[in-house]
Ligand binder design. Structure first.
Ligand SMILES: NC(=O)C1=CN([C@@H]2O[C@H](COP(=O)(O)OP(=O)(O)OC[C@H]3O[C@@H](n4cnc5c(N)ncnc54)[C@H](O)[C@@H]3O)[C@@H](O)[C@H]2O)[C@@H](O)CC1
Ligand SMILES: [K+]
Length: 475
């Protein structure tokens, strides 16, 4: 996992760590990491032109000490000090001593790098002038932007983008990730995120948000053993499709067949079942004992009765598409709801645009109010559960926004549930593998169908399960 902590939690950990260190030591660690990334970006530092926007807090302090390091290596560093009376005094003195000079109006032509030290975790969302205009001018000139800790102006904890903000090419963040660096829409302002270890990890409490990585999928994926048979691997029931939407049923079955369960039972209408069995002969038609149900993809006006029938079995259920409208809090223990933003908006009785602007907040609210694990689909999929860190998965390609992709995801999640994973893990692994399969199917850049995605899940699974267990740099 990559972990993100809220501002409050970072502040608490920083205070505990700082109490063990000489004054200024943490800022020096941050500045050294920041300067190292800038040097990497520049390639050759001597003679490179660097503009540093310096705000009035410690974020500006980090930027100033990094500026000093770059200037002492021969970079031509220009400091735009936004509030001279409030700039970090020792940092400013160090940068000037090293040869940086001050300006109010940089000429952007020929600038190799802009360092955004306007605000960090102490910032309110939004940019005010002159920072706003300076950022706009730099962007218009195509200047490469490195943000210090977070892109200035984003909503750090809520990961929303309500007002003008910096859009960075790289964000160099300190100690731990912040929610805005992992979750949409703010993640889109961060660019490539580099985490600098400043020794904070032992002092941090549990993360509020965690990003699922390949190692997590590998560790949690349910593998069959030599003693397994089809029933011990789990049986997943699929009640999907209708005369009008038979295709949804097949895609859902294909998703389920691409997962770890030993068998797929198709519990939808007879007219659809005949077609499913003809096309996917490994599926067994008719209801029977299952360890998990998938209900809702293409069920149209049968959705209510299908969900009630599944709930009566008292096994975990993936509630998808048409069935979401009939979900009642507490209906099934261990349920996984899989709405997209429009469906979630209807369930919470708000506008879709409101959910899209603040998906993290609404996914969490939904998990509370609907009393279930909620997987909110999007380019950045969220899995929220009450009192647990929210998960984020961002393996998918934009080509995944295609009809039927959700049916495949629901089937795969059901298979993982039937194989014994709890809803939060089943949702996380399904979203991760579904996204990875979409990239593989799209060959990293061509249109795909939902069937292509289903077809690519086994290879995506093999790739992640067989990858050498290299520890992640933050592990
Ligand atoms: N506290 C620590 O131990 C460490 C902090 N570090 C750095 O310190 C940062 C936090 O520093 P601060 O708490 O001083 O806060 P910031 O530097 O993030 O910003 C606070 C200052 O900006 C002003 N401000 C707030 N919103 C603004 C806006 N939208 N536009 C313009 N000005 C605005 C405030 O009035 C305040 O003066 C971190 O993000 C990180 O970069 C690092 O040096 C590592 C160690
Ligand atoms: K910043």
């Amino acid at each position: 996992m990559r972990y993100a902590h809220t501002v409050e939690s970072v502040r608490r950990a920083e205070a505990a760590l700082m109490a063990t260190l000489p004054a200024g030591a943490l800022m020096q660690r941050a500045a050294a990491g920041l300067a190292a990334v800038c040097i990497d970006v520049l390639g050759s530092v001597y003679g490179a032109r660097v503009v540093v926007l310096v705000g009035s807090g410690d974020n500006g302090g980090d930027a100033l000490y990094a500026a000093a390091r770059l200037a002492s290596r021969g970079a031509a560093v220009e400091l735009v000090v936004l509030k001279p009376e409030a700039a970090h005094p020792d940092g400013l003195a160090a940068a000037l001593r090293a040869g940086a000079r001050r300006t109010d109006k940089p000429a952007w032509d020929g600038v190799d790098l802009l360092v955004d030290g306007v605000v960090g975790i102490g910032g309110r969302p939004g940019l005010r002038d002159p920072a706003r205009t300076l950022i706009e001018d730099a962007r218009a000139a195509g200047t490469y932007v490195v943000a210090v800790d977070v892109p200035s102006g984003v909503d750090v904890d809520g990961a929303t983008l309500p007002e003008p903000h910096v859009t960075a090419d790289i964000t160099v963040t300190f100690g731990t990730h912040k929610p805005a660096l992992l979750a949409a829409p703010a993640v889109r302002a961060a660019g490539w995120v580099q985490l600098v270890d400043i020794g904070l990890v032992p002092y941090l409490d549990e993360a509020g948000l965690e990003s699922v990585e390949s190692a997590d999928v590998r560790a949690a994926y349910p593998l069959p053993s030599g003693e397994s048979h089809k029933y011990t691997r789990g049986v997943v029931g699929v009640d999907a499709g209708s005369d009008r939407y038979a295709g949804a049923a097949e895609l859902c079955v294909r998703g389920a067949q691409a997962g770890p369960a030993g068998m797929v039972r198709f519990g939808g209408p007879d007219s659809v079942a005949a077609e499913i069995v003809a096309r996917r002969p490994e599926a067994v038609a008719g209801r029977g004992r299952v360890q998990a149900w998938v209900v809702g993809s293409g069920t149209a006006d049968r959705a209510d009765s299908a969900l009630r029938a599944a709930a009566a079995d008292e096994v975990p259920v993936v509630v998808d598409a048409d069935a979401l409208a009939y979900w009642r809090p507490g209906m099934v223990r261990g349920a996984l709801l899989t709405p997209h933003a429009g469906e979630l908006a209807r369930m919470l009785d708000v506008e879709r645009s409101v959910v899209e602007a603040a998906p993290l907040a609404y996914a969490r609210q939904a998990a509370e109010r609907l009393d279930a694990t909620v997987l909110l689909k999007g380019s950045n999929t969220l899995i929220a559960e009450r009192d647990r860190p929210t998960r984020v998965v961002s393996t998918g390609t934009p080509w995944l926004a295609t009809a039927g992709a959700g049916d495949v995801l629901a089937g795969l999640a059901g298979s993982l549930l039937a194989a014994g994973l709890p809803a939060r893990d089943a949702g996380s692994l399904a979203a991760w593998l579904h996204g990875a399969a979409s990239r593989r199917a799209a060959e990293y850049g061509r249109p795909i169908t939902a069937g292509d995605v289903a077809g690519a899940i086994p290879a995506a699974t093999a790739a992640v399960l067989s990858a050498p267990a290299t520890p992640a740099p933050w592990a």
